[in-house]
Write a protein that binds this ligand. Structure first.
Ligand code: AMP
Length: 541
């Protein structure tokens, strides 16, 4: 016997219909790439998104065709995103920070037909266009007056859009149709395409909006600093309109001063980004003495959030930190660290001990930890193993079958992370499986050492890699960027770490560097560091 409820496919564009109908006046504020601030509403944004759909259909774009965006977070990008989805085409967000060869590879692999981009990326597109034969048109998200001169044919978005009369309706189709695509950052091997469906995106946003997750409401003003091209914008481009929350889009400027300016002038209540962004903001606040009176919650993920960062936000600025873990393959939110009743009463250091964890999963995300033989490990908060996940917004395959079968016998996806889980279901990442340092039969967590090191007041950023060691197999090397003007010695730093981590985990050596390399998604690029310190490794082996 079947239920007798209506067939109402979970199509992503219904979210924008809802926002325009019930939260029509709510603002979407953008820092324009051309300069200045733009203000629009969900109602107006939907009208323009419909015109995007109408024009795309006029260009011959059909269901399943891939349309790329290479753009900053702005209202224009958002209306293009929904306009692509609304006719069943697939919105492929491309990360402009990728190396040129990777960018060309993924546009060709996805066979993108049209590219929407910002004026900032015109020189890049101009250089690469000839190597991307599937691209028929390049539409620049600006008006004719700001359209740059170029060797390739460029179309001014506003002119292109003006050709639509807007007398158009979204299409309705099977909720399992593809909606979006995002390639993994490809720190190992070639980038692989993760393909989200309408259903997975809607479910993921519904789940992400729950009170124990991002907890968005129509009273919130949300600023996704996390780019729209990074893992589905952590659900915010769906979740905010679904909740009727106002959006503040930071455009191309992500330095401390620019982010602070919008947080303050736009009275942002919730924001989200990787730790690097918050490092810049906190440095700016410390320098200027500025405060954050409006901000209530900051979501920090993408890499481990240092304890010192959680403490500073909460103690100095009274902003609650929500540490989050996820991956492109998990849509991306997998766990968030909000406090269940078992932990809600904790204060001080004990509270920070929990907040350093990546948190607990919502309904729809199932987790397990397993050893190398795939045997399940206990949830005791210390035994760590491979973290695996399963759920309706977790990838089961990559585009065009790259990488082969992804799931184990029980349908779980191996995240490549190493983690432990405690008895209340709080997960803590101890490492990427390939970054774990295996020293004399013990596993040393590089993330734990990094977090302790950045707790030293003179340390700006820290990374730990394993270097070969004759006796132990591998030993941790601590690579450090000291704060400007700070005089910090190796001995002082290692003394500071002793007693905070197991004795055998304290690094033997510290390398001071001017800069730590990052990947296109803001993670520490350990492959580059290993390469840089290869000689040291070879000398020890
Ligand atoms: P990406 O698909 O580029 O978002 O990368 C996903 C990977 O980032 C995960 O598998 C983790 O290794 C790492 N990651 C994401 N969030 C966190 C976090 N809060 N703490 C530690 N690692 C994280």
């Amino acid at each position: 016997m079947h239920g007798l409820m209506q067939d109402w496919p979970l199509n992503c564009h219904r979210i924008l219909d809802h926002a325009a109908t019930y939260h029509g006046e709510r603002e979407v504020v953008s820092r324009l790439v051309e300069g200045g601030i733009d203000r629009t509403t969900y109602r107006a944004l939907r009208e323009r998104a419909l015109k995007v759909s109408q024009r795309l259909q006029g260009e011959g774009i059909r269901r399943g065709d891939r349309v790329a965006t290479l753009a900053w977070n702005t209202a224009r990008h958002l209306e293009v995103w929904y306009g692509i989805l609304g006719i069943g085409a697939v919105c492929h967000t491309v990360n402009p920070r990728l190396f040129a060869e990777q960018l060309v590879y993924i546009v060709n692999h996805a066979e993108d037909r049209i590219l929407f981009t910002d004026i900032s990326f015109v020189p890049l597109v101009e250089k690469l266009k000839d190597s991307m034969p599937s691209l028929k048109k390049v539409i620049v998200l600006t008006d004719a007056a700001h359209l740059p001169e170029a060797e390739i044919e460029l179309i001014a978005y506003e002119d292109w859009l003006a050709e639509a009369d807007g007398d158009f309706a979204w299409e309705s189709f099977d909720e399992n149709c593809a909606a979006g695509m995002c390639y993994t950052s490809g720190t190992t091997g070639v980038p692989k395409g993760v393909v989200y469906s309408h259903r997975s995106n809607v479910l993921h946003a519904l789940v992400a909006n729950q009170p124990d997750m991002l907890g968005l409401s129509s009273r919130d003003r949300v600023m996704p600093v996390v780019p729209m091209f990074h893992a589905n914008c952590w659900s915010i481009c769906y979740g905010a309109p679904m909740a009727g929350a106002a959006m503040v889009m930071p455009g191309p400027k992500m330095d401390g001063a620019s982010i602070y300016e919008l947080l303050d002038s736009e009275r942002v209540t919730v924001t989200a980004a990787v730790p690097t962004v918050w490092m810049m903001l906190l440095a700016y606040l410390e320098e200027t003495g500025a405060r954050l009176p409006h901000l209530q919650r900051v979501v920090i993920g993408g890499s481990a959030c240092p304890r010192a960062m959680i403490e500073t936000f909460q103690r100095e600025y009274e902003v609650e930190v929500i540490h989050a873990w996820g991956m492109t393959e998990t849509s991306p939110l997998g766990t968030l660290c909000t406090l269940k009743p078992e932990y809600a009463g904790l204060t001080g250091e004990e509270r920070l001990n929990i907040q350093e964890k990546q948190g607990h999963p919502p309904f729809t995300v199932e987790m397990k930890i397993a050893d190398d033989m795939d045997a399940p490990l206990p949830w005791d908060g210390k035994t760590f193993g491979r973290l695996k996940v399963r759920g309706p917004a977790v990838a089961r395959a990559y585009f065009k079958g790259e990488g082969g079968a992804l799931l184990d016998e029980e349908g779980f996806f191996d995240t490549g992370d190493v983690a432990h889980i405690d008895r209340y279901g709080y997960m803590q990442i101890t490492d990427r499986s390939k970054d774990v340092i295996k020293s004399g039969g013990e596993w040393i967590s590089s993330i734990e050492l990094e977090n302790v090191a950045v707790g030293h007041p003179a340390v700006a950023e820290a990374a730990v890699i394993g270097v070969a060691d004759e006796k132990w197999g591998e030993r941790p090397l601590l690579v450090v960027v000291a704060k400007a003007g700070a005089a910090l010695t190796k001995e002082e730093l290692l003394d500071f770490m002793a007693g905070k981590v197991a004795k055998w985990a304290v690094p033997d050596d510290v390398a001071f560097v001017d800069e730590i390399p990052h990947t296109a998604t803001g993670k520490i690029q350990k492959t580059a560091l290993r390469e840089r310190f290869r000689d040291r490794s070879a000398a020890n082996a």
